[in-house]
Write a protein that binds this ligand. Sequence first.
Ligand SMILES: CC(C)(COP(=O)(O)OP(=O)(O)OC[C@H]1O[C@@H](n2cnc3c(N)ncnc32)[C@H](O)[C@@H]1OP(=O)(O)O)[C@@H](O)C(=O)NCCC(=O)NCCS
Length: 370
Amino acid sequence: MNNEIKKGLIGVISDETKISEVMPDINSLTYRGYTVQELCEKCNFEEVAYLILNDDLPNKNQLSEFKKNERNNREISDNLKSIIKNYPKKAHPMDTTRTSISHMGLEDPDASNNSKEANMRKSLRLLAKVSTAVAANFRVRKGQDIIEPNNDLDFCENFFHMCFGKVPSKEVVKAFDASMTLYAEHSFNASTFTSRVITSSLSDMHGAVTGAVASLKGPLHGGANEAVAHMLNEVGSSDKAEEFILNKIKNKELIMGFGHRVYRNGDSRVPTMTEYFHKTAKYYKNSELPKISKILEDTMLREKNIKPNLDFPAGPTYLLMGFDIDFFTPIFIVSRITGWCAHIMEQFESNKLIRPLSKYTGTSHRKISK
Ligand SMILES: CC(C)(COP(=O)(O)OP(=O)(O)OC[C@H]1O[C@@H](n2cnc3c(N)ncnc32)[C@H](O)[C@@H]1OP(=O)(O)O)[C@@H](O)C(=O)NCCC(=O)NCCS
């Protein structure tokens, strides 16, 4: 047996997947063989969600059936609405969303049915309902009434409608839609791996997704998009950006939104998201945020040779759109639910209990002295 410890499982291939791949030769993330860049350009998030949950892009009929199902499942129960209204006001939306998803499991008619058909039904219900629960929480935290979903609207338009009571311009919706596509899936990252570990004991989908949310919350993972927005607010203006980052580097602090376990030469999703960030900034007539970002990016590259990850352009884009910072990672959930559900189904289809070993380094064998 090989006793080498692979801390953080760096470089360990623990299973196969057919869902996504980071292709080194073209430095791109692909979902079931399609690059995310092409998906952002030619498809909307509903088509991408279908692709991730199934094996291929939908034809016209499949898409219309999928959209109909998603729309018909958007409503959340009165019980869940009242729970959301009663969450402690100071609770972080990642924690409340985790609880909302766990609660959805209690109400789901297929909760403990792990058949492929039931898991597909649950995936669709989660996709449809999580966005409603996040938006309801967004409103309640501001002391506003919950806005019911509008089934005449596409997924992303409806999310804006439920959060703000209106749908912004097409450009802004497209930028949000692209962020949903880029956030949807990323192979065996920490939260997805968590969902597969939970599934591997033959637990259930809602439990696996609830665990994945807890993992995503951390600032080394999904929580980085919130941290980036806080950092941009702290920098304040472009004339302070270089000094800010140099100080952080001098103090050996981690700079959020930079670095990646898989991409050592730049996150392939960044150029596309940066393009949408710049378009959004132009739309809102904000030239300062892109300026600050550029200085931070250039300084990090010059001083540390570390490039930004997706959270770096996504954070300021959500800031410009008017979302509260502590909802940025829940928004990530609204999209990543697709990747998690696809991985949970894949794990069920070819399951092996995930149970690694550890090397014991504690006190050697001893006796109780009494
Ligand atoms: C994503 C992340 C956890 C990957 O970590 P990892 O694969 O373990 O990478 P390492 O910690 O081995 O990084 C290699 C070196 O770069 C440094 N580094 C990596 N990311 C850094 C960052 N964001 N800021 C400053 N230094 C960084 C590390 O400190 C390390 O330096 P050292 O060799 O002198 O100790 C890490 O880059 C990070 O913490 N980034 C900030 C959080 C973030 O944006 N997360 C979202 C990921 S999508």
